[in-house]
Write a protein that binds this ligand. Structure first.
Ligand SMILES: [Zn+2]
Length: 248
């Protein structure tokens, strides 16, 4: 189903001499208001974002809506993305999500110099899924102590990503892998969340999110919604991943 995309207004402003000029436009996609901000030189990227946004939004709202407006900013450089998100030292980072914001490094400055529609849809769907979780639970995951595998797996599965690697050690302590081998973190999260959906269905995920929204801590929300403790679910998964590693 193609969702209606409505461009409500276009405001373009030269801020100050020496600064990059920004274009700000308000776009409404499936009931969510998106304020899209792009810089001079990224006109084609802005057009591509507008084109893929309805599909990205549909993928991202699989387990919950986006009732709060989202500011989507396309930064012309990686440094710009780092400055806006205050996340430094992650050269592989291309985007970052908060409750009402997605910051994206312009695909013009990705290593390939562009993104396919598929790749752009995927990264926007991934980040907007984070926004949907944060909006539903009233907290962002870093503050809300939602395990990284749940956050990143939810975003990865919603966006239809494919990953090759999953490691047992990355379930409980993904931190050390984040800087050295982030693919392990994302691959493990993807694997864990797929198992969650396989075992408990789409409604199981919605029940966990709903209980988080009621203010329960993650382990209580998980147990209450699914009837299985978080420790048991993670333990099963660690066991299976360890067995696979031995066989390799
Ligand atoms: Zn993510």
């Amino acid at each position: 189903m193609l969702l209606p995309l409505l461009i409500v207004g276009l405001v373009s402003a030269q801020i100050h001499p020496g600064e990059v000029s920004h274009a700000l436009e308000s776009v409404s996609v499936a009931g969510t208001s998106v304020a899209l901000r792009t810089s001079e030189g990224d006109e084609a990227v802005a057009e591509q974002v507008r084109r893929v946004l309805p599909r990205a939004m549909r993928l991202a709202t699989r387990w919950g809506p986006l009732p709060v407006a989202v500011a989507l900013t396309v930064h012309p450089t990686h440094a710009g993305l780092e400055a806006a998100t205050r996340r430094t030292g992650n050269p592989w980072m291309r985007a970052w999500a908060r409750v009402g914001a997605v910051d994206l490094q312009s695909p013009r400055t990705w290593s390939r110099g562009r993104a396919s529609d598929e790749a752009l849809t995927q990264i926007l769907a991934h980040e907007l899924t984070h926004c949907a979780l944060f909006q539903a639970t009233g907290r962002d995951g870093r503050a809300g102590r939602i395990p990284l595998w749940f956050q990143e797996g939810m975003a990865s599965v919603a966006a239809g990503e494919r990953h090759d690697v999953a490691r047992a050690e990355a379930i409980g302590s993904p931190g050390p892998f984040l800087r050295t081998d982030p693919a392990v973190v994302y691959g493990t999260a993807d694997r864990a969340f797929r198992e969650l959906v396989d075992r408990f269905g789409e409604d199981g995920v919605r029940r966990v999110v709903a209980r988080l929204g009621e203010g329960h801590a993650f382990p209580a929300a998980f147990h209450g919604a699914l009837g299985v403790t978080l420790a048991d679910f993670e333990g099963d998964l660690v066991g299976r991943l360890s067995a696979l590693a031995v066989r390799d």
